[in-house]
Design a protein around this ligand. Structure first.
Ligand SMILES: [Zn+2]
Length: 249
């Protein structure tokens, strides 16, 4: 019964159905493209946050190493001071000048050590202050980006859910519309759509040209297309041509 109904459909109606189907499928293509680009933005932010985390961790390690070094030098100075006290005491009990001089040299050496440690500690503290400044900046940036990421991710999840529902609805519509076409047309449509780069199987005439490959269409052919008495395909790309209501005279 359905078959008879199909036979009764005029070519003009068939062309209209074809073009409606094309619009549905083009919308599906558009949704997929939009959705395909969104995760990239989120991925970029994820990479940036991860990169900042690595940098922050490294800087924190460096600060820790510097702090350990300073604390080691502080301990070394305590030892040096204790040694100096000990040598000074020993100097009170020396038997000769040579022993006294030798202890003086030891004291001098320890004092130099203390000075060196103090100098190095001061340098270390300056380095820590510098690093902490950079670290604070990185932390601030990281938190800012992480916040951004959270928002974008939520947005993406929402859009994905939304567009998926929309896409499913359109796919059902597309399948129904495709089934309504006769086999010859539905096969041609499916074949054209899969072979065309932009997924366009049915195109409108656009400024006297094929809307798919943009080649000029001879005037007589354009009149035939407008008449919608038969299915006309583009001589260059093979796409099915339908008239442009805006260009009809
Ligand atoms: Zn063409």
């Amino acid at each position: 019964m359905a078959k008879t109904a199909k036979k009764e459909e005029t070519i003009a109606e068939k062309l209209d159905s074809l073009y409606s189907l094309q619009l549905i499928d083009s919308e599906i293509d558009r949704i997929r493209t939009v959705r395909g680009e969104l995760p990239l933005e989120v991925q970029d932010l994820e990479d940036e946050v991860q990169g900042l985390d690595t940098r922050i961790e490294k800087m924190q390690e460096e600060v820790k190493t510097l702090e350990t070094e300073i604390s080691d030098r502080k301990n070394a100075n305590k030892d040096a001071e204790a040694a100096i006290s000990k040598y000074k005491e020993q100097q009170n009990n020396v038997r000769n000048n040579r022993e006294f001089e030798s202890l003086s040299k030891e004291i001098e050496f320890q004092e130099l050590e203390i000075k060196l440690n103090e100098k190095k500690s001061k340098e270390g503290k300056a380095k820590i202050a510098n690093k902490k400044e950079v670290l604070d900046e990185a932390l601030e940036r990281r938190n800012f980006r992480a916040e951004d990421l959270k928002t974008k991710k939520a947005e993406l999840d929402e859009i994905v859910a939304e567009t998926q529902a929309q896409e499913e609805k359109l796919m059902k519509k597309s399948a129904t519309a495709l089934k309504k076409l006769d086999d010859r047309l539905s096969n041609a449509y499916t074949r054209l759509r899969s072979s065309a780069k932009n997924g366009l199987a049915v195109v409108r005439v656009d400024r006297d040209s094929c809307g798919g490959c943009f080649n000029k269409i001879p005037p007589q052919r354009q009149l035939d297309i407008q008449a919608k008495k038969k299915v006309i395909v583009c001589e260059h790309c093979g796409r099915i041509l339908v008239p442009n209501p805006e260009e009809a005279e």
